[in-house]
Design a protein around this ligand. Structure first.
Ligand code: ASP
Ligand code: MG
Length: 430
């Protein structure tokens, strides 16, 4: 079985959906069992977030306006995507149902809540998958729409429940034993309370990987609008090139440190089951893209990524500095506020850590200040350089870097563009 995931831009219009239909029905794939995981049409989740924010702010007239605009956009697609009156009629009813529901969630004036918000956020994927499945039906392509809420579940720590997912997905698939093509929603899931929830923004990649791991798929394909992971950030740096092969660890590192192409958790389930992840481009399907697997052929520097909005916290203490238990005490404070630390350095007089979630910073500082003095710098960027044998150059620095598989550098956010461009020249001669 293969998993093919298509992102928001890949299903972003009627035209693009028609392309997806061709990509999942090539001669090569036709006889293979496959699960197609779809994101919401591009822009939809942002609009749903906007509606939620308006509802929390009790700005009902504006929320109603945004909902109507969104509905009009979807109604317009009916004419562009379908040919037959029957399917147009059914899609129209589908939109009646979903937008009716959205308006009910928006109407209950006093009590817009996190539960309602998550039901609202699920609408994008529910709409895209249902509409795409109608399109397949109209074109005589047999497929089954699987409801991700039936098998995708996270626990009380928002971690996927692998056994549950595997068991229930197998049950769903077994109901249609002779069917080869399945469609399902990325991003959405149920939580441990049985509420509708999600895997956080960009989570459809993660869904695809969890689904792949749950059924021991042969391959997970992530289809986006770029030909694989690039050696540097193509949005910032002038010349970048796709990287043909990456190891699971290299890809995970790049995704975590800023490569926007992949949700940072995507690699974990695939790596656990040793399932190759292939990054492909909907607009250029003939390109090889990037293969992420347990082997990484060449030993070389592979790529650079950058993570923004990093906060650096410098902690100094005269008393008991670097004595037994000092770092534990320090880490416990970050742990208490569920704030992960990305980098840490210690010197004789100071411990510096970087974090990318500053939500609980004030509380953290307050506790740190009980035994140290704290200094905070915002708007830093972490540059992450990934690859093997970084030490092909001469000298000690070459030898030192050669023994590392990745390097993290922290810089001021405003120097990011220049640094990435300089590294592109220096490391890749681009
Ligand atoms: N639709 C969701 C988002 O925009 C999930 C995804 O596209 O991966 O974040
Ligand atoms: Mg994405």
């Amino acid at each position: 079985m293969k998993i093919l995931k298509f992102g928001g831009t890949s299903v972003g219009s009627a035209e693009r959906m028609k392309l997806v239909e061709q990509l999942i029905n090539t001669e090569e794939l036709k006889s293979t069992s496959r699960i197609i995981v779809l994101s919401a049409m591009s822009g939809t989740t942002n609009t749903l977030v906007q509606i939620s924010e308006l509802l929390y702010a009790k700005n009902y007239p504006q929320a109603a306006l945004v909902i109507t605009e969104m509905e009009l956009k979807y109604r317009k697609i009916i004419g562009e995507l379908y040919k037959t009156e029957g399917i147009k009629e059914r899609t129209s009813l589908l939109l009646d149902t979903h937008f009716g529901h959205i308006r009910t969630l928006a109407k209950d004036r006093e009590r817009f809540s996190s539960i309602k918000e998550r039901i609202l956020l699920a609408k994008g994927e529910q709409l895209s998958t249902a509409m795409f499945q109608y399109f397949l039906e109209e074109n005589g392509v047999k497929s089954i729409l699987l409801d991700a809420l039936e098998f995708m579940r996270i626990d009380e720590n928002n971690e996927p429940e692998m056994d549950f997912i595997s068991e229930h997905l197998h049950l769903e698939l077994a109901k249609h034993a002779n069917n080869l093509l399945f469609i399902t929603q990325g991003y959405i899931c149920k939580n441990s309370f049985g509420e509708t929830d999600n895997l956080k923004r960009g989570g459809s990649d993660y869904s695809a990987s969890l689904i792949g791991a749950a059924i021991d798929a042969e391959e997970i394909q992530i289809w986006t609008d770029i030909d694989g992971m690039h050696n540097n950030d193509p949005r910032i740096v002038d010349k970048t090139v796709p990287v043909a092969e990456l190891s699971f660890d290299e890809a995970a590192e790049l995704a975590y440190f800023g490569a926007k192409i992949l949700h940072p958790s995507t690699i974990t389930p695939a790596k656990a089951k040793n399932i190759p992840v292939r990054l492909l481009n909907t607009m250029a399907p003939q390109m090889k893209g990037t293969v992420i697997s347990n082997k990484s052929a060449t030993s070389d520097i592979k790529a650079i990524a950058a993570k923004d909005n990093i906060t650096m916290v410098n902690i100094r203490s005269t008393r008991m500095f670097l004595a037994y238990g000092f770092l534990r005490k320090l880490f416990e404070i970050f742990e208490k506020y569920k704030t992960p630390i990305d980098m840490i350095t210690t010197s004789e007089i100071c411990v510096s850590v970087t974090i990318d979630t500053a939500t609980n910073l004030e509380a953290i500082i307050k506790e740190l200040e009980e035994f140290s003095s704290v200094e905070v710098t915002h708007n830093q960027s972490i540059i992450c350089i990934v690859g093997d044998s970084m030490g092909d150059t001469m000298g000690y620095s070459g030898k030192i870097f050669g023994s590392l598989s990745h390097i993290l550098i922290i810089i001021d956010g405003k120097d990011k563009k220049e640094t990435l461009q300089a590294l592109n020249k220096g490391l890749f001669n681009l």
